[in-house]
Design a protein around this ligand. Sequence first.
Ligand SMILES: Cc1cc2nc3c(=O)[nH]c(=O)nc-3n(C[C@H](O)[C@H](O)[C@H](O)COP(=O)(O)OP(=O)(O)OC[C@H]3O[C@@H](n4cnc5c(N)ncnc54)[C@H](O)[C@@H]3O)c2cc1C
Ligand SMILES: NC(=O)c1ccc[n+]([C@@H]2O[C@H](COP(=O)([O-])OP(=O)(O)OC[C@H]3O[C@@H](n4cnc5c(N)ncnc54)[C@H](O)[C@@H]3O)[C@@H](O)[C@H]2O)c1
Length: 446
Amino acid sequence: MELNKHYDVIIFGAGPGGTAAAYGVAHKKSVLVIENDLFGGTCPNRGCDPKKMLYSAVQAKVRATNLQGSGLKGVPTIDWPDLMAFKRQYTRQIPKETENGLQQAGIATYHGQVHFLDEQHVQLADKTIISGDDFILATGRRPRLLDIPGQEYLKTSTDFLDLDALPKRMTFVGAGLVTMELANIANQAGVAVDILHHNDQPLKEWPTPLVTQLVESMASAGIHFHFNTNLTAITKQAGGYQLTTDQGILSSDYVVAAVGRIANTEALKLENCGVTVTKRGIAVDDHLQTSTPHIYALGDVMAKPQPKLTPVAAYEGQYLAQLLTGQNTEAIDYPVIPQILFGTAEVSQVGVTYQTAENHPKAYQISTLDLTHWYTYNRLKDPLAQAVIIRATATQQVVGFAAFTTAGEQLLNLFSLIMNLKLSNTQIQEMIFAYPTAASDLTYLM
Ligand SMILES: Cc1cc2nc3c(=O)[nH]c(=O)nc-3n(C[C@H](O)[C@H](O)[C@H](O)COP(=O)(O)OP(=O)(O)OC[C@H]3O[C@@H](n4cnc5c(N)ncnc54)[C@H](O)[C@@H]3O)c2cc1C
Ligand SMILES: NC(=O)c1ccc[n+]([C@@H]2O[C@H](COP(=O)([O-])OP(=O)(O)OC[C@H]3O[C@@H](n4cnc5c(N)ncnc54)[C@H](O)[C@@H]3O)[C@@H](O)[C@H]2O)c1
């Protein structure tokens, strides 16, 4: 595709955020999307989607395990090469399909390294200079590696999600979202897993009782947690690696660093256009505008308090499209943001958090419900099903929900809907839900 010398909007990064913005402005403006790696970005190529394809088999295995002695005999085993082929069938087509989709919508695309020359001009790899009126920085994040001797031996979530054969022993560093999800997949696929975490409080932003249950269920499935343990060096040894920690020595065949992600900003040469980058990412105001007026940022690359998730990046892309096409001039206003961790069961939360409710006991009431004997969870023999309901004391309205169950994902979305639409308990009681489903429990949960 021949490129023009000027575009109304130039977008860096073809992930969920950048593409949502591109589709949103394309009906009114000329748009160029620049991608320096895989069109589609992290989520469909090396994030949420491939992870959940692997999780499908794990989820089926966990459900089968739970139903032993309740009508099912024999636990299936995970065939990793087969599962990986299934995943690749999906991921293989993502970059081409994403780029084709953009082009079919009349959006120009460029694959390569591009940087800013000044506030209005960017330079392509072949030194062509292109100007733009508005720019959107949607370049996402990449895994952070530990600055320790032997850093070169560290693998990342990207490597794990495209692993041809499983090693016997695997170590994850950092007990955050990536580790809790991928360690569970590895463990269920037959790998001996160790998790090293530098303190004893993993997943600090998630409800403490549910995190405790998650850790206990992972530990009873055979995962070995090492809390208050810092990895200080990795050395190669016959048949694997020696891990030196401040608590002793461990051996491993494969070491995954999952200690957070850093913003992709360096290649853009933002110093040439005056955009402020902090340690946490690109600084923006409440209109997602950077320190340079016609340059905006969205998604994971931004420094922001909202969780860095696909639907959040897409929401920000749609917001910026409306802003740049004059359909909205207001500051960005986020709905409640549901979060889910796909582990031994699904840990989910939305609305007022457990920690906030605990810290404001007059304003909120917390009810923790053991769901194991409720019909839905008893039918699945879900061994630990639990829900946390948070009500505003003044109105008795449900303002927060969290759960740890093997059937929780759609319940989480229903609670998001209830909170966004501010549906009252009475309005929910007046509805009919298909029975027996997790949703038909809503009337009892409210
Ligand atoms: C293992 C893993 C699992 C995840 N699971 C979930 C999940 O279950 N649910 C969920 O909601 N979120 C999940 N996430 C987070 C989700 O992937 C991100 O929040 C989402 O992809 C952010 O979208 P984005 O558009 O901001 O950035 P990205 O998707 O990262 O896209 C940014 C794009 O910019 C490109 N780029 C970088 N630098 C440049 C440059 N200089 N020039 C041009 N292009 C550039 C990158 O190559 C990339 O394609 C997961 C992430 C990981 C790593
Ligand atoms: N289901 C989901 O929605 C999902 C799943 C995976 C990833 N993600 C996204 O990807 C992001 C990155 O995930 P992540 O797990 O890499 O980061 P994270 O920030 O969730 O967790 C990293 C953990 O590593 C710990 N840590 C930091 N330095 C350490 C060290 N030196 N040694 C040991 N532990 C250390 C941190 O305290 C933290 O608990 C998430 O924040 C989220 O935005 C989302």
